[in-house]
Design a protein around this ligand. Structure first.
Ligand SMILES: NC(=O)c1ccc[n+]([C@@H]2O[C@H](COP(=O)([O-])OP(=O)(O)OC[C@H]3O[C@@H](n4cnc5c(N)ncnc54)[C@H](OP(=O)(O)O)[C@@H]3O)[C@@H](O)[C@H]2O)c1
Length: 234
């Protein structure tokens, strides 16, 4: 990949914040911090956390399969899958061109995330966790009524179905709140939460004691809240 494309496709946002917090607080182990360019984030940890910077494009099924194969080959199995990658187009075009924009959003947010789960489920340990990012309650928070909302409603449905089919894995979805990342800033106003604050609900679902709750949607009551979430209706 060329240098300019590398700069464009840097591992960023809430995914980057999740990695930084794992580096600081553990638990120990290997983290495959993936992005389309496989950018080296130079993360260091004194807590026995080691980072591998893998290439992953959610719109390319062979890229997903390849990463699952690498992790199986190198680690055998895994404990947690964070599905963080997402795309929004705030001003989708109108008419027939709107279809192309909405398809692009669905391809990453829903089809890509579903492919991730299907590729990685066979190597998830019993008792392991899958956590997928879901959007905020779109319209009332100023997000557009676009394919984005539909793609994230599909994530909730997928989460419920997958939890029913895989009773030994804690599959959940969450909204990180309104977070100051490239995506969050597209709304126009300044998002109230930092990327680090946006990482707190995903990290709770990934590593903390949540009992046996599965197939649910977690969020705070308001998109600016910095609590670490509770089960909500969607
Ligand atoms: N920010 C908010 O306020 C907010 C609110 C609700 C929900 N969310 C959800 O939280 C998640 C993270 O969002 P964010 O705010 O961190 O957004 P962001 O800063 O725009 O980052 C999006 C990430 O998705 C990755 N990505 C996009 N297309 C991809 C593809 N085809 N294959 C692989 N990776 C791809 C990007 O990877 P590259 O580095 O390779 O470009 C980037 O790391 C998303 O699912 C989003 O819908 C965010």
């Amino acid at each position: 990949m060329s240098q300019s494309l590398q700069e464009q496709y840097v591992n960023r946002g809430i995914g980057h914040a999740i990695c930084r917090l794992i580096a600081e607080n553990g638990p120990s182990g290997i983290v495959y911090a993936s992005s389309r360019a496989g950018v080296d984030l130079a993360l260091h940890s004194t807590r026995g956390v080691y980072f591998r910077y893998a290439i992953l494009d959610l719109t390319n099924p062979s890229s997903i399969e390849h990463l699952a194969w690498i992790i199986k080959d190198e680690q055998g199995d895994m404990d947690v899958l964070f599905n963080v990658a997402g795309l929004n187009i705030m001003k989708p075009r109108t008419g027939s061109r709107a279809f192309a924009d909405n398809k692009k959003i669905m391809d990453v947010n829903f089809h890509g995330t579903l492919q991730m789960c299907l590729a990685f489920l066979p190597i998830m340990k019993p008792g392991s966790r899958i956590q997928s990012a879901k959007g905020s309650r779109a319209a009332q928070d100023g997000w557009p009524e676009s394919g984005y909302s539909v793609s994230k409603a599909c994530i909730n449905a997928m989460t419920a179905i997958m939890a029913r089919e895989h009773a030994d894995i804690l599959v959940n979805a969450c909204c990180p709140g309104w977070v100051s990342t490239e995506m969050g800033k597209q709304v126009g106003a300044q998002p109230p939460k930092s990327a680090i604050e946006g990482a707190s609900i995903p990290l709770r679902l990934g590593f903390e004691d949540i009992g046996h709750v599965r197939g649910r949607y977690w969020a705070n009551d308001f998109v600016g809240d910095t609590d670490n979430g509770r089960v909500q209706n969607w």
